[in-house]
Design a protein around this ligand. Structure first.
Ligand code: SIN
Length: 295
């Protein structure tokens, strides 16, 4: 796709799929001057998933880049890098058999009262095959629905929890294969938090579906069967091909995604190869639903 011409300081090239964009023409190793940062934020709001190829960064540069977008988010259940409490190393060794981390559709930490607005992933070692990340556009998934469906969903509240992956009876607790990443399973993970099923983005004011098979347990006020049927429909709808962008990594690429309007899924397919990514999160706000946003 053509480079967009309404940026003065950066080069913004939408992905061929039409969702997500690559940003070049700048170095992110040093603090960005205000007008450049302003354009990066504008591109992030417009494209939801932005990547910066060929940007080698030290740990402190990654931390400093993150802080230009807000406070660090709170990352529970994974032991961070030593000396860097806000960086998680997503590392999978060539001989590792445990399923790769993040291998199901989700929006990061949606079980929190204030889930992270954004997540940053910096590629250190990328496998020669596989290891892509899939992103789904939850704005478009919502916008394409009928007005009748939108009216129903706009008033619903979904229950989120970390229990499925991180609870005492969760997937990681039951895991039998060795894993390099240090996961902490906890009773704390069984707590639940309600969020509007349709979320109004605080910057763009667009509406997006806000549920995922990893962290959503059900829908308030519905029977178990109704809730399961509705969520099953939403999960297949929101990841239809036309909403999904397959992101291919290269070493030193940094990608910043918006958890308020996207879900993502780490694809595997790289057994026998090392993959190492460094991850930070940007603190977010309590999700606002349609009625609160229009009040
Ligand atoms: C994640 O869910 O944060 C992991 C994404 C990835 O490793 O591709």
């Amino acid at each position: 796709m053509a480079v967009e011409n309404h940026y003065e300081y950066i080069r913004v090239q939408p992905q061929p799929h039409g969702f997500g964009a690559a940003i070049t023409g700048l170095s992110i190793a040093e603090p960005l001057p205000a007008p450049v940062l302003g354009e990066v934020k504008k591109a992030w709001a417009a494209h939801s998933v932005i990547c910066f190829p060929d940007q080698p960064l030290t740990h402190s540069q990654l931390e400093a880049f993150t802080r230009q977008f807000g406070e660090f988010g709170v990352d529970p259940y994974i032991v961070p890098m030593e000396g860097h409490p806000h960086i998680l190393e997503l590392r999978r060794e060539p001989d590792e058999k445990a399923v790769n981390f993040g291998a199901q559709w989700h929006s990061d930490w949606s079980f929190q009262e204030e889930p992270p607005a954004g997540t940053i992933l910096h590629a250190k070692v990328t496998p020669p095959v596989g290891g892509d990340t899939l992103y789904a556009d939850c704005y478009r998934a919502y916008e394409d629905m009928s007005d009748t469906m939108k009216r129903l969903l706009d008033g619903l509240v979904a229950i989120h929890s970390a229990s499925l992956p991180y609870g005492k009876e969760g997937l990681f607790a039951k895991e039998t294969e060795a894993r390099t990443m240090k996961i902490v399973v906890s009773e704390e993970a069984d707590k639940t938090w309600p969020h509007p099923l349709v979320r109004v983005h605080p910057v763009t004011r667009r509406r997006a579906l806000y549920v995922s098979p990893v962290y959503t347990l059900g829908i308030e006020g519905m029977t178990r069967g109704e809730s399961a049927a509705m969520l099953a429909y939403l999960y297949q709808h929101m990841v239809r091909d036309e909403y999904v962008y397959r992101h291919r990594w290269s070493p030193d690429m940094l990608t910043l995604w918006d958890n308020r309007c996207t879900v993502h899924n780490a694809d595997g397919g790289y057994d026998g190869h090392l993959r190492v990514m460094h991850r930070t999160t940007i603190a977010g706000e309590r999700p606002i639903g349609v009625s609160a946003a229009s009040a």
